[in-house]
Write a protein that binds this ligand. Structure first.
Ligand SMILES: C[S@@+](CC[C@H](N)C(=O)[O-])C[C@H]1O[C@@H](n2cnc3c(N)ncnc32)[C@H](O)[C@@H]1O
Length: 261
């Protein structure tokens, strides 16, 4: 086999098939997740697995879902949302009349709609719709529909529920007025170019399986995409090493501010 292992072959073939670059993800975790999925479809080698992924659309979509892990919540980590509301937004509005916002790795939309509710409540002007992006087209579809279970909305304050959702049997539907504030779009954070001038970028619980190198490249791209003194809001288990090299300064736990040169 030489130095080209079965794993490397699989990664190469999967990239051709899906354009997802698994080399940017931490290998042990990824391999484990992939092997566990292979067991569920009864295949034990990568060659056979690639054949199945190429021919069975349903398994292919389930597999993408399995490796991307889409769990999300409204107002996930409420203490951080309270810092966003009480400290970060007022800080930004001291020198701006409106804000440009991006939820990167938005999954099924809970984060983007939480932002939309918060800005609506605080009467914050937005430059544009909130941009919400993900690599998984299935979750983007769900996000756009804006339909959630009672369990999913349990963290949403009751007065927000009555204003921003309509109850329909067992489910809660986001009202059109809120939906119109968000634009859900496909994007691969590892491959695609970013727009610029964002005042707040949220990238939370997305990079957990990225390698250190991939994270560093991504954080550099985020730093470039931020407006001067814009804020990067990251997940509660994450930290940016060498933030200084990226002209980012920690200003609260999980919030980094870009400073000008
Ligand atoms: C755990 S969810 C996080 C959702 C939300 N940000 C939160 O904190 O609740 C992670 C999301 O990152 C997305 N993701 C993973 N790799 C990605 C990539 N290369 N580009 C864009 N999104 C990616 C996954 O599809 C998944 O929906």
């Amino acid at each position: 086999m030489g130095s080209f292992t079965e794993w490397e072959w699989f990664v190469q073939q999967f990239k051709i098939l899906s354009s997802v670059d698994l080399t940017a993800y931490k290998r042990p975790q990824m391999e484990r997740r992939i092997n566990s999925f292979m067991r569920t479809v009864n295949v034990s080698n990568y060659k056979k697995f690639i054949d199945i992924l190429s021919s069975d659309r349903d398994i292919y979509i389930r597999f993408l879902k399995h490796i991307t892990i889409n769990v999300s919540e409204f107002f996930r980590n409420p203490r951080h949302w309270s810092i966003l509301e009480r400290e970060i937004i007022p800080l930004l509005l001291r020198e701006r009349k409106s804000l440009k916002i991006w939820s990167a790795g938005c999954s099924t939309g809970e984060e983007a709609y939480s932002l939309a509710m918060l800005f609506e409540e605080k009467r914050v002007n937005l430059t544009d719709k909130i941009l919400a992006t993900d690599i998984d087209r299935e979750v983007l579809k769900k996000a756009g529909e804006g339909v959630y279970t009672a369990k999913a909305v349990q963290n949403v304050p009751p007065n927000y529920i009555s204003k921003y959702f309509t109850r329909d049997g067992d489910v809660y539907r986001v009202v059109d007025r809120l939906k119109e504030r968000v634009s859900f779009r496909y994007q691969d954070l590892l491959r695609d170019r970013f727009n610029r001038g964002y005042d707040i970028i949220l990238c939370r619980n997305v990079v957990i399986y990225f390698t250190e190198e991939a994270k560093q490249v991504l954080y550099q791209k985020f730093a470039d995409a931020l407006s001067n003194r814009g804020i990067l809001f990251i997940g509660s288990t994450e930290q940016i090493f060498q933030a200084k090299d990226l002209n980012l300064q920690p200003i609260a736990t999980f919030f980094y501010q870009k400073y000008g040169l």
